[in-house]
Design a binder for this molecule. Structure first.
Ligand SMILES: [Zn+2]
Length: 368
């Protein structure tokens, strides 16, 4: 074991006996009481010394027997400890790729805050490398999401889209101007390759012979398909239990969510049934909107807003593949120009929807 105090959290003494690790409240930890010698020892727990050397140095500093081990246990219990050798075989495989780890340095730091156990950062990177995420759409939003996911270490990002790249698809961080006229699927695959930190993972680093992606991000060029998602398009994901996240821009509104967990949270079918119940004119309006969108060549899309939507959606997607449930789970986040306040709408399962999420929700209510 080569223990290391997580370097991602800034250290400051609140008083002579109390150390605070971290600035922002979400991940900051206060440790105390800590005497001066122990404080000096903390500085040496930096991943370059094994436990034996730390014990020897502790003894030389006049610390009593067992103090070093006690401190290391205390730091680990507080989620402050990393271990330069922990993380299991998949983490070891990642360690053999220094060029990838250098690129992912800030992401490793961030993962070390979310995963409290030693080696959690490398395990997180290894897990990202092992999975497959599918992005539907390669426009301003979809292209950027695919690039961010690949850049953050997701091992396989596949982008599905038809037709050829148009100038309006181009976005900084997304599909570049050189791709105009190319097949969208090819341009997006090139973008994913160029965004990835180092070479693609080998088959051994992947997770089993999976046939379905860990997550589908639905980011169509037409934002109407995010505002009012088509239940028919989601039917296979519902049947196959494939989690999917909607993201897009419609007119002056950016939308992130919902993240749908089939059978557990509301789906496109739930949303449609709910809307029809609340507004009898909805089906008639929807038909007109859909045909208008098919005819219309240029949709409105603010580049700042589409970039924010892509960034937030990618962060939610990463949080989900890292094993958490982000705030878009069963919720849609919307920000409208020009004020851009992010506002949340809860999406409730509908009892008439065949996805059966409402049944689960009702059962949970009974249990509570
Ligand atoms: Zn449903």
């Amino acid at each position: 074991m080569y223990p290391k105090v997580k370097p991602a959290l800034a250290r400051a003494w609140r008083d002579l006996q109390t150390v605070q690790f971290g600035v922002t409240p979400a991940h900051a930890v206060v440790l105390g009481p800590v005497d001066t010698a122990t404080g000096a020892l903390i500085d040496r727990i930096d991943g370059t010394r094994g436990m034996d050397l730390l014990r020897t140095e502790g003894a030389a500093m006049g610390l009593p027997d067992g103090q070093v081990d006690g401190l290391v246990r205390r730091l680990a219990a507080a989620g402050l400890l990393d271990d330069a050798t922990a993380g299991g075989p998949r983490a070891q495989a990642v360690r053999k790729r220094p060029e990838t780890l250098e690129r992912l340095g800030p992401d490793l730091g961030s993962l070390s805050l979310v995963h409290r156990e030693p080696g959690g950062d490398l395990r997180g990177v290894a897990a990202r490398r092992a999975i497959r995420v599918q992005v539907r759409g390669s426009g301003r939003v979809g292209g950027q999401i695919a690039a961010v996911l690949a850049g953050a270490g997701v091992g396989r990002v596949e982008v599905l889209d038809g037709g050829r790249v148009e100038p309006a698809d181009v976005a900084p961080g997304g599909i570049g101007p050189d791709s105009v006229g190319r097949l969208r699927s090819e341009a997006a695959a090139g973008l994913v390759r160029a965004s990835a930190p180092g070479r693609a993972p080998r088959a051994a680093e992947r997770e089993g012979p999976e046939t379905v992606p860990a997550l589908v991000v639905v980011a169509p060029r037409d934002g109407l398909a995010v505002w009012a998602p088509d239940p028919a398009l989601a039917a296979d994901w519902i049947a196959g239990g494939v989690p999917h996240l909607y993201a897009g821009v419609l007119e002056g509104t950016g939308i992130v969510g919902p993240l749908v967990l089939p059978g557990a949270t509301a789906c496109a079918g739930c949303m449609e049934r709910d809307r029809v119940e609340r507004d009898p004119a909805w089906p008639r309006m929807l038909v007109q909107w859909r045909s208008a969108h098919r005819r219309r060549a240029a949709a409105a899309c603010d580049l700042g807003l589409s970039t924010a939507v892509a960034g937030l959606a990618a962060a939610h997607a990463l949080s989900f593949v890292d094993g958490e449930l982000p705030a878009s789970t069963a919720s849609r986040w919307e920000a409208a120009l020009p004020g851009l306040h992010w506002e949340r709408t809860g999406i409730r399962p509908h009892p008439g929807c065949p996805c059966a999420a409402a049944t689960l929700a009702a059962e949970e209510e009974v249990r509570e």
